[in-house]
Design a protein. Sequence first.
Length: 263
Amino acid sequence: MSPAAPRTIERTIDLNADVGEQPERLSDGREAALIAQLSSAHIACGGHAGDADTMAGVVALCQAHGVAIGAHPSYPDRAGFGRRALSLSPSELFASLLTQVQALRDIVQAAGATLCHVKPHGALYHAAADEPQVTEVLIAVLRQIDPRLHFVGRAGSRGLILARGAGLSTLAEGFADRRYTAGGGLVDRRQPGALLLSADEVAAQALALCRGSGVRTVDGSSLPLSVDTLCLHSDTPEAEALAAGLRHHLQTAGLRICAPHRV
């Protein structure tokens, strides 16, 4: 049975992925194949992955496919791929994130494009969802670079509420390829079943998120979430094929896939 339910969903949704994290994906064409299915992309900008060459290469792909460009900063942790929470002072974290986002912004501007949003990566993403002090640092970074930038965060999180209350434009993010906990967090990717690898499972969860009908959590309960953007990870196996199938299911269900308007 197809994951697309007969009831049409009349709304728009943003389809995103975190990219620029693996140089080999640029050289072998997988990054281009994935980006062609998206409406927005978050580009690694030096903290956990990425350098000037990968940033420029991915920016060019986004321009070629009409995909909105976002920054994907992290704790400065290339050795741990940004998946370790580092003990940095607010000023140290601010300086690192400012440098990362400015590096991408400069490349984007040099290419004649526009930076549209910022989404933290890995451990920083989870900290920004739950720790107000970290969220406040990110808010300060966006305000200094461009207060019109969208702040992307986990749907239903404290961090998203704090950023919205600070006057930023926010995008509530849901995950098509990650299992949720009953509390609204993501199951640790090291746990069995944390990643959804079946095209049907990915499509079904994405459609549940778009409908707000509740996603099935790891303990079997239903978690209602309201989302503006859906993420499919580029390091999920066969991400390009999953993205193509997901795009098809979303459009078949009546969704229009497009990036959010910049404020």
